[in-house]
Design a protein around this ligand. Structure first.
Ligand code: KIV
Length: 302
């Protein structure tokens, strides 16, 4: 038997559900919005208990939990499975699901059908897509189908090859102007929010007064309406290089390795399991059991 389903509602503070409207209101009031990614049920429960406004089931799942080299190969079915698990852990938190590479770019019909699957099969409250330009039409089509859309500009990892790698964007005046035009076009298309990834803080500062929708930054400085961090970066769950914009709030990888190593040592040394981890049988039942075993042993043909 593995870990049983747990409920820890005692620590959950009841709060009003986060909606597109409440996020807009939060922006208007100048209250910052906190967003994290999550890819499974326990993480969703933690995000819910921590009281973040938004959870993104990001296609960064490809690299953080599926062990892939980039976000490109992750499939609709994989994203849907992870999204359903996250959904079960959320109550008031607003859930956005990333449309994976290849699921929306080719046509408005593809975009709408993929977005509908996230809503119907995983309970998404919004979908996110990467890019400006042609993707503005895709965003508009999904919005017209009644599904809130979050845009994503700047570093768009799904098209990193076209951007020359995973590097900051908007560092030339031309690039920055194009980003402003794309942001305004996505807003005009009906996007309910925008993610800006890895762009100069000064470019974000110029853009912010032009946008009415909430803008969530990741490596875009402090002027945006909110911030998002990837779960594994925030908690220090992975080893190795992290982007400049990451602030780890814990170092769980090291703690996890230490815990598993201690467990393995204790198993080898016979320290675990101890008495308190073992089930008992009443003395009379044990006696009867041992008697029955002895009879089995002494029986002819045994
Ligand atoms: O997939 C992801 O984690 C994202 C965030 C970086 C915004 O798109």
């Amino acid at each position: 038997m593995s870990a049983s389903p747990r409920t820890s509602d005692a620590t959950v503070v009841d709060r009003a559900p986060v909606t597109v409207t409440s996020l807009l209101e939060q922006k208007r009031q100048g209250r910052k919005i906190a967003m994290v990614t999550a890819y499974d049920h326990p993480s969703a429960v933690v995000a819910e208990q921590a009281g973040v406004e938004m959870v993104l089931v990001g296609d960064s799942a490809a690299t953080t939990v599926l062990g892939l080299d980039s976000t490109v190969p992750v499939t609709m079915d994989e994203m849907l499975m992870l999204s359903r698990a996250v959904r079960r852990g959320l109550k008031a938190t607003f859930m956005i699901c990333d449309l994976p590479f290849g699921a929306y770019e080719a046509s408005d019909l593809d975009a709408v059908r993929s977005a509908q699957r996230f809503v119907k099969e995983a309970g998404a409250q919004a979908v996110k897509l990467e890019g400006g330009d042609l993707m503005v039409d895709r965003a508009r089509a999904i919005v017209r189908a009644g599904i809130p859309v979050v845009g994503h500009l700047g570093l768009t990892p799904q098209t990193a090859n076209a951007l020359g790698g995973l590097r900051a964007q908007g560092k030339s005046a031309e690039q920055a102007v194009r980003m402003v035009q794309d942001a305004l076009a996505l807003q005009e298309a009906g996007c309910c929010a925008l993610v800006l990834e890895a762009i100069p803080a000064a470019v974000a500062e110029e853009l912010m007064p032009l946008l009415e929708i909430p803008v969530i930054g990741i490596g875009a400085g402090a002027s945006t309406d909110g911030q998002v961090l990837v779960w594994h970066d925030l908690l220090g769950l992975l080893e190795g290089h992290t982007a400049k914009f990451v602030k780890p709030y814990a170092a769980l990888h090291g703690e996890m390795v230490a815990a598993v190593r201690t467990y393995a040592d204790e198993v080898r040394e016979g320290v675990f399991p101890a008495r308190e981890h073992t089930y008992v049988i009443a003395a009379d039942e044990l006696g009867r059991f041992q008697g029955a075993l002895a009879q089995l042993h002494d029986a002819p043909g045994a």
